[in-house]
Design a protein around this ligand. Structure first.
Ligand SMILES: Nc1ncnc2c1ncn2[C@@H]1O[C@H](COP(=O)(O)OP(=O)(O)O)[C@@H](O)[C@H]1O
Ligand SMILES: [Mg+2]
Length: 310
């Protein structure tokens, strides 16, 4: 844990205000807990009981820092307690997420992809200061390699690690969970929420996460709905293709392919880590890991460096 976050975790919990959610409407549910509309101006994101006061305060602190650095995000109003759980109060964003908008208006997918790309350029164009001491996004991918690919093919894992080591140190802001359910469109303005994976580094890692969310998931059933985003897999893939073109601000097929390859590599690394999570592979996950490993070998024939920004 970096010094900003470890300092925050030491803040004693007794300072936080107790609130009741009686009569409040549930408006969102995620892996970490639920989100309630508290009143006409505020929401409470209430975390599962395994989250400490420090964890909740950490996300609120990251959100405040992102706001100060110029990232358009909901204002944080601090930590509260609800029975035996902690929650964080945020400004209510009275708007739809990009996921909901794409699902409702599929013909406008290109417009939404451009909005997402412009937002990504704002976030990635923000350079953190040394005092910010955000985590390095690269370290998250090192963990994926150690816990996944290395168990399957240690030589290949070594080659991927070397590419990570050779990357220039950069401090571009990376959201870390950059998908369309974390982005609201409010009039013509986008707003980004869910800041607990905020980090610094090269944007290739953010694109890798996006490749996983939008492209890797639905290769088998393009007509099905992605359960988390609520968008068809076919639309997710189309969205990513459009996003990348707008994000890179180019029609140059070679540049788009180069960045797409790097994003695919990152997604494959993360996916292999996911399949290894139970500690053993089944016949089915073993085959998937083999296919991904072979794909990584092919990608490494073309990829000479990982960074997409200097
Ligand atoms: N400030 C907010 N205003 C309105 N709705 C919100 C706000 N924050 C979160 N939500 C709703 O709750 C959902 C989950 O919130 P999020 O912070 O992304 O939690 P998680 O970390 O569990 O993904 C969002 O997708 C959104 O629909
Ligand atoms: Mg979220």
């Amino acid at each position: 844990m970096n010094s900003l976050t470890s300092e925050r975790s030491k803040i004693p919990p007794q300072k936080c205000k107790e609130v009741s959610l009686d009569g409040c409407r549930l408006i969102g549910r995620g892996l970490k807990g639920e989100v309630y509309r508290y009143d006409d101006e505020l929401i409470i994101k209430i975390y599962n009981s395994s989250y400490s006061y420090g964890d909740v305060e950490r996300e609120a602190a990251l959100c405040r820092r992102a706001f100060v650095l110029g990232v358009p995000t909901a204002i944080s109003f601090g930590v509260v307690s609800v029975d035996d759980r902690y929650g964080a109060m945020y400004e209510l964003v009275d708007a739809e997420t990009l996921s909901a908008l794409i699902a409702a208006n599929p013909s406008r997918i290109s417009y939404y992809a451009k909005e997402m790309a412009d937002l990504a350029n704002i976030v990635h164009g923000t350079v953190a200061e040394d005092k910010d001491d955000f985590p390095e996004v690269k370290d998250r991918f090192r963990e994926y390699i150690i816990n996944g690919l290395k168990r399957t093919d240690s030589d290949l894992a070594g080659r991927c690690m070397k590419l990570l080591d050779d990357m220039p140190q950069t401090k571009h802001l990376i959201h870390g969970d950059f998908h369309t359910s974390n982005v609201f469109l409010h009039g013509s303005e986008t707003l980004l929420i869910d800041m607990d994976r905020l980090a610094v580094g090269d944007p290739v890692f953010e694109l890798g996460d996006m490749y996983l969310y939008f492209v890797s998931g639905g290769s088998k059933d393009p007509g099905g709905l992605d359960p988390y985003l609520g968008i068809s897999y076919a639309a997710c893939r189309e969205f990513f293709g459009l996003f990348l073109k707008y994000y890179l601000k180019t029609e140059d097929a070679a540049r788009i392919r180069e960045v797409n390859d790097k994003a695919m590599l990152m997604a494959d690394i993360r996916l292999i880590n996911r399949y290894w999570k139970p500690g053993v592979l089944t016949e089915e996950t073993g085959m998937k890991v083999d296919n991904l490993t072979n794909e990584i070998k092919r990608l490494l024939d073309r990829i000479k460096c990982l960074n997409i920004m200097s």
